[in-house]
Write a protein of this length. Structure first.
Ligand SMILES: NC(=O)C1=CN([C@@H]2O[C@H](COP(=O)(O)OP(=O)(O)OC[C@H]3O[C@@H](n4cnc5c(N)ncnc54)[C@H](O)[C@@H]3O)[C@@H](O)[C@H]2O)[C@@H](O)CC1
Ligand SMILES: [K+]
Length: 489
């Protein structure tokens, strides 16, 4: 599913109106969709809270249609009626019932329609607007939000001061980034996208390179297996282990790479840790590797297709040098944790170490902040734009992890992942993700698609396992996750 910004929706509106459908007609259809959703939620009595713009106009239309079908409706307006303009003023004029103030509170209703603010929110809610939103939330009544829960920024998903908590949201023509970025995702309830007559060609023509992460965008690039395949044709991932007391992370990554289908996986281990690693490995091979010079020798073997580096590896110049060597080899790279922290405040240094190699960086929020300190465009904007900026600066694919993981490529493509489980917030979970992405890249999947697929499969594993999951379980559930994916139409 593609996602849109407020500016793109305004553009779609403009093009549709230019092609002959009036704004008032669009509002009529939007209001009709809201009225229909109210009926599906059990009907009235309904309080419709209208704001000063077109979101409020949608509310007036819904109120008129519901009342016309016999539903008990009260309308409340935030602001003065005579200050309404354009289509919203026309829609309000068609409402013949009384209009109450918004601050008096709602009484004797079973459902609230939140038509206060939609994509036109420009600043934080305060004063009367904030008080009305707080009263809606305090009422404990189910809320149907029109387009966005009021107070949620449709581009960033952020709460601007305060925001409505909705049970459902009806949105028009296409979903917005703010419906999928946190905390917007948790405030919008169930999301319904309805067609209000904006032509498909207009929507298709919008320059949105943002989507919800799902198989439809990367399934075509998943590794396929021939009947007569051979392990040497399924890729070979090299995962670098940390020293004696920090080896578990790399083994988790290696196991995940093997489970996701890499034909061979080798763990490169410092000599100090070879015995402890050997004691825990069976199908995964082991090679001593102490530092960058030895890594260079290992990578002379052309069969290694990908290097995963970072979990437990240690922070410092030795790590930076290992990344330079891996980057210069042109192999696929997956960098996490210590690999990223080794370039604290030096995204440009990391970009130059990568040397244009196909790479995926998988920071969580804290690692991202450290890595991008001082880099342009990585502050104060949406999570999507921050990830995009870092991808553009580094030339790598960014996986900005969290409950709303964002994957961004340097060419502007981006995806927000919603297929995940909160139980994935557990020690070692990120190491498994590193291994999944590395294992997919080892089999020839391009970095952006491998990152999206890895994040999705990781989330799928979390959803399958649920409460009680630990990181060790995640690679073991991959056969079921992969089979489920193969069964998808
Ligand atoms: N394709 C489209 O774009 C369509 C949009 N429609 C509706 O129109 C909405 C967008 O309408 P608008 O652009 O008029 O925007 P909104 O109705 O979301 O809000 C704009 C109004 O709120 C005021 N405002 C913004 N932030 C405020 C704040 N923090 N405190 C107090 N006042 C604030 C503005 O001054 C303006 O009066 C959509 O969300 C949707 O519900 C529909 O009518 C149909 C078609
Ligand atoms: K709203």
């Amino acid at each position: 599913m593609r996602l849109f910004t407020a500016a793109q929706m305004r553009e779609a509106d403009r093009l549709t109106i230019a092609a002959g459908t009036s704004g008032r007609e669009l509002m009529e259809r939007a209001g009709a969709a809201v009225a229909e959703a109210v009926r599906r939620m059990g009907g009235g009595p309904v309080a419709v809270m209208c704001g000063p713009g077109n979101n409020g106009g949608d509310g007036f239309v819904a109120a008129r249609l519901l009342a016309g079908h016999g539903t008990a409706v009260t309308v409340h307006l935030l602001g003065e009626r005579q200050r309404l303009t354009g289509d919203a003023a026309l829609a309000a004029a068609d409402w013949t019932g009384p209009v109450h103030g918004a601050s008096g509170g709602v009484r004797d209703c079973a459902l609230i329609v939140d038509a206060l603010f939609g994509t036109g929110l420009t600043r934080a809610l305060d004063g009367e607007a904030a008080a009305v939103v707080e009263a809606i939330n305090r009422s404990g009544l189910p809320v149907l939000a029109v387009d966005m829960p009021s107070g949620v920024d449709s581009d960033t998903g952020e709460v601007c001061g305060v925001a409505v908590r909705a049970a459902r949201t009806v949105t028009f023509a296409g979903a917005k980034a703010g419906h999928f970025l946190l905390p917007g995702r948790t405030l919008r309830g169930q999301l319904h996208v309805v067609d209000i007559g904006i032509p498909g060609s207009v929507v298709a023509g919008l320059d949105s390179r943002l989507a919800v992460n799902g198989p439809e965008t990367w399934q075509h690039a998943l590794p396929s297996l021939e009947e007569d395949s051979h392990k040497y044709r399924r890729g070979h991932a090299l995962v670098l282990s940390g020293p004696m007391t920090r080896t578990g992370a790399a083994r988790l990554a290696a196991r995940a790479a093997l489970r996701v289908g890499s034909g061979l996986v080798t763990l490169g281990s410092p000599r100090s840790a070879v015995l402890v690693n050997a004691a825990h490995l069976t199908a995964i091979m082991l090679r001593p590797c102490d530092g960058a010079a030895e890594l260079r020798e290992i990578l002379e073997d052309p069969r290694f297709s990908v290097v995963a580096l970072g979990p437990g590896y240690g922070v410092g110049e030795a790590t930076r040098e290992a990344i330079r060597v891996a980057g210069a080899s042109g192999r696929g790279l997956v960098l996490d944790a210590d690999a990223l922290t080794s370039f604290e405040g030096d995204l440009a240094g990391l970009a130059s170490a990568l040397g244009g190699a196909p790479a995926v960086l998988t920071p969580h929020g804290g690692e991202f902040e450290r890595l991008t300190r001082g880099a342009d465009g990585t502050r104060g904007v949406s999570k999507v734009e921050r990830a995009r900026a870092a991808a553009a600066h580094s030339g790598a694919v960014l996986v900005l992890k969290g409950a709303d993981t964002v994957i961004a490529a340097s060419d502007g493509r981006a995806a927000i992942n919603a297929h995940a489980s909160p139980y994935l917030a557990t020690a070692g979970s990120g190491d498994v993700l590193t291994g999944l992405v590395a294992g997919l890249m080892a089999q020839g999947m391009p970095p952006y698609e491998a990152a999206c697929a890895g994040v999705w499969l990781h989330g799928d594993a979390g959803l399958r396992l649920g409460p009680g999951l630990i990181a060790e379980d995640l690679p073991e559930i991959m056969p079921a996750a992969l089979r489920g994916l193969a069964d998808k139409p």
